[in-house]
Ligand binder design. Sequence first.
Ligand code: FAD
Length: 471
Amino acid sequence: MSIIRNDIPEFEFSVPVAVIGAGACGLTAALAAHDAGAEVLVLERDKRPWGSTSMSLGAMCAINSAEQRRHGVEDSVELFVADVMAKTEGRADAALTRVIGRESGRVVDWLAASHQVPLLLDFKWTGLGHSRPRLHIPPGRSGEEMLALLGAACERAGVQVMTEAHVTDLYADPDGRVRGLRVARPGGVVEVLGCEAIVLATCGFGGNQAMIARYIPEMAGARYFGHEGNQGEGIEWGEQLGGALADMTAYQGLGTLADPQQMIVPHPLLLEGGFLVNVAGQRFTHENANISGMCVPVLAQPRGLAWVVFDGRRNQACLAHSVEQRQLAEVGAIRQAGSWAELEKLCNLPDGSLERENAAIDAARAAGQPDRLGRSFEGTEPLQAPFCALRVTGALFHTQGGLAIDDHAQVLRSDGTPLPNLFAGGGAARSISGPDVTGYLPAVGIAMAITLGALAGDAAARLALSRDGTA
Ligand SMILES: Cc1cc2nc3c(=O)[nH]c(=O)nc-3n(C[C@H](O)[C@H](O)[C@H](O)COP(=O)(O)OP(=O)(O)OC[C@H]3O[C@@H](n4cnc5c(N)ncnc54)[C@H](O)[C@@H]3O)c2cc1C
């Protein structure tokens, strides 16, 4: 995996725009490049595009979309920037945050109107740092559906997605201009192709243990629950070509990965009055203060484990709208009992522990006061039998650092000048989460993939066409 600067071959086959990676970022970039009039080729390592996108809940935040207007939601770039800055304590990149605020709604509208990719406004996640309802999600509410919709749109548009095409090296001039790619195909076949512009949509480096140990040592031993193909290759190529890296210590974590099933426990269970205890039956964190950052206190508990505690009514409500909860039920991960004493036994928790914690929450709610961990349960109903629990652990989802980019998702050197023809989006680019785990706002990951993908694809196409003499 390297940049080849000598012996650049004569490319027999060349495309104006090459996109590496067929996740949300790559497929959106390809659609945008196509709409801008350029021929585009997507190269994907896997046999079937999957990526972190398919593993996600498929929700992206977007500002000033037609969906928000349809629901009478008044939002603005300024409000979004203020929310991001509040979440990251002013440490997110302000210019990039404004770009996402300005462009995300337009991109959501364009995908719906031009490519039959409907992303509908969702009201479930309001209040976790977003001061307005901003989460847009496919009708079937899954990342798998989102990627399938984007894939079908590419097919309709005639965009070619070459699978089992692992890009291993880039050919580049001394000034950092990428001239072409080297691709490993099945059966040991190696192909080379030229390009005028290139979009890195290879996601982050969560699957690369050496990079995690280097940049995010606090998660070096933690479970990684993202796509294994996130090896950071795009980020490393960008750096070798002279691109600057930013926020490499930032990441999106999760404190509620079902253990041992390795499935996401839907957060609405906690939002709507459920709580977490450790294996000693004690609460230890404000469950909704920071969803991403919750992996840290969970992993700090004995055996790195905790229990999500809720009740039968909330379980039923969640089963009705959450694919994940249905899957958890199918594999028998949800424990249910008619009394606290029974649930404590089922979960091997100390006698009286759950009942005690629940009583303390009820008392705080009745007094209209936050509990001892600073969480207010106002507006939630007390838990009622039957009671339920799910065992969870903390995990690393997705890295948030990457290549520095400008308003068109073009990769920047550390002096702020752009590399000649290199673009990046999604997990390959820096995000707007500041420098650590606490700054991740819900649904920013796919917003960075889809919004920056659209900007990168469009700009790469324009650049390629202008060099081509076509525009
Ligand atoms: C479990 C989970 C839940 C999440 N939930 C949400 C959510 O609800 N909302 C949200 O906003 N974010 C969420 N995220 C984060 C979100 O999934 C990512 O931010 C987003 O999917 C990144 O998109 P991407 O296109 O950059 O990367 P990906 O979807 O990972 O696509 C990258 C693709 O590049 C390919 N690739 C990599 N290197 C090469 C190479 N050298 N050659 C060829 N192909 C290559 C990979 O195989 C992969 O298919 C979640 C993440 C996880 C893991």
